[in-house]
Design a protein around this ligand. Sequence first.
Ligand SMILES: NC(=O)c1ccc[n+]([C@@H]2O[C@H](COP(=O)([O-])OP(=O)(O)OC[C@H]3O[C@@H](n4cnc5c(N)ncnc54)[C@H](O)[C@@H]3O)[C@@H](O)[C@H]2O)c1
Ligand SMILES: Cc1cc2c(cc1C)N(C[C@H](O)[C@H](O)[C@H](O)COP(=O)(O)O)c1[nH]c(=O)[nH]c(=O)c1N2
Length: 180
Amino acid sequence: MRTSMQDVASRDYRDAMACLGAAVNIVTTDGAAGRAGFTASAICSVTDDPPTLLVCIHRGSSAYASVTRNKAVCVNVLSARHEQLSRLFGGKVPAEERFAAADWSTLTTGAPVLANCAAAFDCRIADIVNVGTHDVLFCRVVALQRSGCTDNLIYFGRAYHTVGVTDPAEAGPESASGPS
Ligand SMILES: NC(=O)c1ccc[n+]([C@@H]2O[C@H](COP(=O)([O-])OP(=O)(O)OC[C@H]3O[C@@H](n4cnc5c(N)ncnc54)[C@H](O)[C@@H]3O)[C@@H](O)[C@H]2O)c1
Ligand SMILES: Cc1cc2c(cc1C)N(C[C@H](O)[C@H](O)[C@H](O)COP(=O)(O)O)c1[nH]c(=O)[nH]c(=O)c1N2
């Protein structure tokens, strides 16, 4: 199907975006404005000098006030075994219940860092740009956590998939490779 620029409805846009596979992350924050976190796929690297990534957050998200007031986030890149955790942080579950489901530490900003995630980027928010329903957060990386980097959780075609080699001993029953 071809659609011209002027007819692009948000539903058509989302249907096309569902064809763009993306890594799944849990973005967390903590500080005076409280602890919060949400699942996010709209994240990418901006520049390595200074190390900066961007995160798109819906202004209606329950995490929005805490994230923007604390001005700090940790981007926790999920591994294959984190599908269930991604679902918990994907909406409608109270923050305490989301965080109770995993082990967390901190690096520099105090934002929660997920134990054994593929990588964690601890960031201060350097700039915020409003675009439509979302804010684009430009996040300066101030500390890192890296682990084995063996596998990733991917969202594609409105379903979870995995890439890389997953240790069967670590994988949960829900994290088999392929759509779920
Ligand atoms: N960037 C986002 O805010 C974003 C991304 C992925 C999923 N979601 C949310 O997760 C839920 C399930 O999503 P789904 O992929 O199964 O079906 P969907 O039809 O809602 O989304 C398909 C694709 O469109 C994009 N998208 C969805 N909602 C968006 C939004 N509000 N702004 C910008 N891009 C958006 C994403 O790339 C998503 O994978 C929905 O509530 C969706 O809004 C939001
Ligand atoms: C795979 C996947 C990917 C994303 C999301 C969901 C899922 C399942 N969501 C939605 C987001 O996680 C959800 O809306 C928040 O948790 C807000 O819900 P609550 O307001 O907390 O109930 C989401 N939201 C957002 O603001 N930016 C994003 O990049 C994404 N990406």
